[in-house]
Design a protein around this ligand. Structure first.
Ligand SMILES: Cc1cc2nc3c(=O)[nH]c(=O)nc-3n(C[C@H](O)[C@H](O)[C@H](O)COP(=O)(O)OP(=O)(O)OC[C@H]3O[C@@H](n4cnc5c(N)ncnc54)[C@H](O)[C@@H]3O)c2cc1C
Length: 464
């Protein structure tokens, strides 16, 4: 749909450019420049919505000729705001939809603008899925290029581990079909640092078979004096349990949902998210120990289709709110850290703020550390404080809460960051994401494919 009033040739794009050009004042401008995190409000000079790789090539060349800072947007979920740009050119990939499933080859090809809800909807028809975003509006693009942890990851790896091929328009305007055979070094870099090397126009991703229904949902207990014991029992169980039992912890305030008694709404709670990926016949037995651990609370674990699993956290993550997150890899969950975790959970201010701890291991850790740019694979858990609030007057309180949460986990932290959850984009942040050795290797790749750092609006690796 093109409801804009700007013609591409008016702004100097080549005659052949078939996409839309959107300038300040055009009807679609605010929607086209908007991103998930309302902390980010940048006004590009021009937004383009390409129709294909040739339009992307033209847009990249245009930005270079005009010396415009360039940003690229897929789902717009970057908490750091790297898919927004002030005064430059934004390539908004939302015009490039479409997911093609090839069940015989066992892969799906997603176009550059696909979101996870769209991807999952198409693959689910075939009973297949790729580890992907746990909120449906997250883009396949930034998610996969930055690593990508989904509910299927402990069984089937990060999203980038499932990347079979990518088509990419480089800074020099070449369209490359990248696979492990054609270009192993660039494929290595795309798997975790991929926003640095060009605009990916499509992704071919491995698919995995799923049963029609998965045992999944949440066990929720009050965050009271006994909550730390529940979390400790959870830890002891998952560390000795099967990899097919996927779990996470979440401290939240009870939402005003149908399943929450009115007197409980707004009370601090601890949730255990559960997804059983093993044999469906063993699901009840697999979930039973966690049910016993949380037996004094609410039990929302039941059979559901994969797309419902993918939407479990949807209500907590609406677009357009102010956001501040972190992603820190953890060696372990020591008792003292658990005590602090539940205590800080009781200090949550905004009803949308969450203190998430993902359990990792399994297929994530089975991939050798050097196999992809994405790393920190041996971490047992990831601490992910998510502050999400509506009123700018609460900004200091919410940021302080995320800082307190992060400090509480410091004794268990590996020092590694998951950059897709990080608001910081300094070289120190980026090095904490990759480690120094990988950073240097990525800098070499950057020198080869983007020596002028045209693609700098990301968790940026400096050329050379
Ligand atoms: C509500 C929410 C839920 C999330 N859930 C998860 C989760 O379950 N697991 C997880 O691992 N992460 C999760 N994340 C983090 C997520 O992985 C990152 O925010 C990711 O960058 C989002 O991708 P996107 O395409 O939506 O973002 P965008 O903001 O559009 O892009 C992010 C970065 O990737 C670049 N980029 C996007 N597309 C391309 C392309 N085609 N070529 C080159 N560069 C490109 C952009 O320029 C930008 O720098 C979540 C984030 C939010 C806000």
């Amino acid at each position: 749909m093109n409801t804009t009033t700007t013609s591409p040739s008016d702004v100097g794009l080549p005659e052949g450019f078939t996409g839309a050009a959107i300038r300040p004042g055009d009807p679609d401008y605010d929607e086209a420049r908007s991103v998930y995190n309302a902390m980010i409000d940048r006004r590009p000079q021009l937004v383009v919505r390409p129709r294909g790789a040739a339009d992307i090539r033209d847009a990249v060349a245009f930005a270079r000729q005009q010396r415009l800072p360039l940003a690229v947007k897929c789902g717009g979920h970057s908490v750091a705001g790297t898919s927004a740009v002030e005064g430059g050119l934004l390539i908004d990939l939302s015009s490039l939809k479409g997911v093609h499933v090839d069940p015989e080859r066992g892969t799906a090809i997603a176009n550059a603008g696909a979101l996870w809800g769209e991807y999952d909807r198409e693959t689910e028809i075939f009973g297949l899925a790729t580890p992907g975003g746990r909120v449906t509006t997250t883009g396949v693009g930034g998610f996969c290029l930055g690593g990508g942890y989904g509910w299927l990851s402990t069984k089937h790896g990060l999203t980038c581990d499932n990347l079979v091929a990518a088509d990419i328009v480089t800074a020099s305007g070449h369209l490359l079909h990248v696979t492990e055979d054609t270009n192993p070094e660039l494929m290595w870099g795309l798997r975790g640092a991929g926003a640095n090397f060009g605009v990916v126009t499509s992704y071919e991703l491995k698919l995995h078979a799923l049963p029609p229904l998965l045992m999944a949902g949440m066990l929720i207990v009050p965050n009271d004096d006994e909550a730390a014991d529940v979390v400790r029992a959870y830890r002891d169980h998952v560390e000795s349990g099967p990899d097919d039992l996927v779990t996470a912890l979440a401290t939240v305030l009870a939402p005003p949902a149908d399943f929450v008694p009115p007197e409980v709404v707004g009370q601090p709670m601890v949730g255990i998210v559960v997804v059983w990926l093993g044999d469906p016949a063993e699901a009840e037995a697999a979930v039973a120990p966690l049910r016993r651990i949380a037996e004094r609370g609410m039990d929302l674990v039941q059979p559901m289709p994969y797309t419902a699993v993918q939407a479990l956290l949807e209500g907590f993550n609406p677009k357009g709110f102010l956001n501040y997150h972190r992603g820190r890899h953890l060696r372990a969950l020591p008792d003292a850290v658990i005590d602090d975790y539940v205590a800080i959970g009781r200090e949550i201010g905004s009803p949308l703020t969450q203190g998430v701890v993902f359990r990792h291991g399994g297929a994530i850790a089975a991939v050798p550390e050097d196999a992809t740019a994405a790393g920190n694979r041996s971490a047992a858990y990831m601490a992910h404080p998510i502050a999400c609030w509506a009123d700018p007057a609460d900004t200091d309180r919410e940021r302080r809460w995320v800082d307190r949460f992060t400090e509480a986990f410091a004794p268990a932290a590996t020092g590694g960051y998951y950059l897709n959850f990080e608001p910081g984009t300094t070289e120190t942040d980026v090095r904490a994401g990759f480690g120094d050795a990988k950073y240097e290797r990525l800098a070499g790749l950057k020198e080869e494919y983007d020596p002028e750092n045209v693609f700098s609006s990301n968790h940026n690796v400096m050329p050379g």
